[in-house]
Structures are given as structure tokens and as C-alpha cells.
Design a protein around this ligand. Structure first.
Ligand code: ATP
Ligand SMILES: Cc1cn([C@H]2C[C@H](O)[C@@H](COP(=O)(O)O)O2)c(=O)[nH]c1=O
Length: 208
């Protein structure tokens, strides 16, 4: 059976993930690769519906465990409906966020525990972990500055968390790098777009 490559991109708000995934996907497609660009939470109708519930600024009463379960539910549907079929067809899948977002945001920053959040996700993903995760590292202040300057970007419920929460998210990602050094590759996302792109492209090219 043909087997694709499942690659995820992670990092705090405004690190530049979406911008760089757009560039990678379009350049890889020009080179003749079959590429699927997608995102979490979302990427397919049911998961986009769950996304709108999770990220709605008016849902101020959302319990942290409910939040973690909704992300895991969206993840399951997205994997089953979109990612697995594309893997079977041999696509390179570039996914904007995956399980590490749940481990960093819900597990570490919200304080639910990395192991606990991993365990609910393990039911959802059935062992389907990415082959490579590009972690875009940036100081939260710099990332938030970028999104504040990005006119037209909708501000969501998670963006409105205090700065301390965003620092914890970054700390969570740095812990995940220690836990999964063979899978997670750190990109310095504080540089220019060209500098960040070069780092991401050269790591990606090592595995495709
Ligand atoms: N290296 C960079 N230098 C300066 N600006 C950048 C850089 N990368 C991205 N940006 C700009 O920062 C803003 C946020 O970028 P982007 O949406 O790609 O980040 P993101 O990591 O996907 O954010 P989020 O996860 O919060 O949606 C955009 O306006 C983008 O043009
Ligand atoms: C998958 C996932 C995401 N999040 C958070 C991270 C962001 O604040 C939003 C998604 O917004 P983006 O503009 O698409 O980056 O959701 C999370 O907390 N847990 C997760 O598993």
C-alpha cells in the first residue's frame, strides 16, 4: 500500500505556522509532490463546526476538560475523514497543529497534565503520530504582536488568555521537545519569513 508522510507544524500564536505552510505547500506542489494542506481544529465540516464552538469568545463557561475533549473529538473526525485517506494515497500532509497543541495548551498551560491529555487523545488517534513535527519557537510577546498587526484576523477565545498562559504554552512546547526529541524539530521563528522558510524547507526535504 502507498504510504504518505504526516507532518505537523506547531507553536504559539503568531509564530508564522500558517504563512510558512502556505509557502511549503505551494512550492512542493510546483515540484510535483501530491500535497494536502490542512489544519486543526478544523479541516473538514464537522471539525470546523467543533472549532467554532471551542473558539467562540462568548463561550466563557467552557470547562477545561470539555475543551480538551472537544479538541480530541475534532482531531478524530479530521484524521478519519481526511488525513488517513490521504496517507493511504501517498500524500505529503502538512497539518497546522495536532496533538502537541493539546498537550501544550490543555495539558501544560491549562494544567490538566500532559499524560492525562495524551491518554484521551490516544483513543482518538489510535497510534497515528506524525513522522515529523516542526515546532516554531517564538517569544509569546512577539507572536501576539504579529497577530495584533494582522488586520482582519479574527481574535478567538484562546487568543484572549492572559500573557502568562501564552508563556506556559511555550514552556509546554519546550517540555514536549525534551519528551520527543526524535520527532520534534525546533525552528527559530523570530527571523524574517525567508529565514524561517529556509529552516522549515530544509528539514522537510530530509524526510520526503
Ligand atoms: N517571520 C515573520 N516575520 C514577520 N511577520 C510574520 C512572519 N511570519 C508570519 N508573519 C506575520 O504574522 C502574522 C501571523 O502569522 P500566521 O498566521 O502565519 O501565524 P500562526 O502561527 O499561524 O498564528 P495562529 O496560530 O495564531 O493562527 C501574519 O500577519 C503573518 O504575515
Ligand atoms: C489543535 C489545538 C488548538 N488549540 C488552540 C491553539 C489556538 O489558540 C487555537 C487554534 O487557532 P489557530 O488560529 O488555528 O492556531 O486553538 C488548542 O488549545 N488545543 C489544540 O489541540
Amino acid at each position: 500500500m502507498k504510504k504518505g508522510k504526516f507532518i505537523t507544524v506547531e507553536g504559539p500564536e503568531g509564530a508564522g505556522k500558517t504563512t510558512i505552510i502556505d509557502m511549503l505547500a505551494s512550492n512542493l506542489a510546483k515540484e510535483g509532490y501530491q500535497v494536502l494542506q490542512t489544519r486543526e481544529p478544523g479541516g473538514i465540516e464537522i471539525a470546523e463546526q467543533i472549532r467554532s464552538v471551542i473558539l467562540d469568545k462568548n463561550n466563557t463557561k467552557m470547562d477545561p476538560r470539555t475543551e480538551a475533549l472537544l479538541y480530541a473529538a475534532a482531531r478524530r473526525q479530521h484524521l478519519a475523514e481526511k488525513v488517513k485517506p490521504a496517507m493511504d494515497k501517498g500524500y505529503i500532509i502538512l497539518c497546522d497543529r495536532f496533538i502537541d497543541s493539546s498537550l501544550a495548551y490543555q495539558g501544560y498551560a491549562r494544567g490538566l497534565g500532559i499524560d492525562e491529555v495524551y491518554s484521551i487523545n490516544s483513543f482518538a488517534i489510535e497510534g497515528m503520530m506524525p513522522e515529523l513535527t516542526l515546532y516554531f519557537d517564538i517569544e509569546p510577546e512577539a507572536g501576539l504582536d504579529r497577530i495584533n498587526q494582522h488586520k482582519g484576523r479574527e481574535v478567538n477565545r484562546l487568543d484572549l488568555e492572559k500573557l502568562d498562559f501564552h508563556h506556559k504554552v511555550r514552556e509546554g512546547y519546550l517540555k514536549l521537545m525534551e519528551l520527543y526529541p526524535e520527532r520534534i524539530f525546533k525552528i527559530d521563528a523570530s527571523g524574517t519569513l525567508e529565514e524561517v522558510y529556509q529552516q522549515a524547507e530544509s528539514k522537510l526535504k530530509e524526510i520526503i
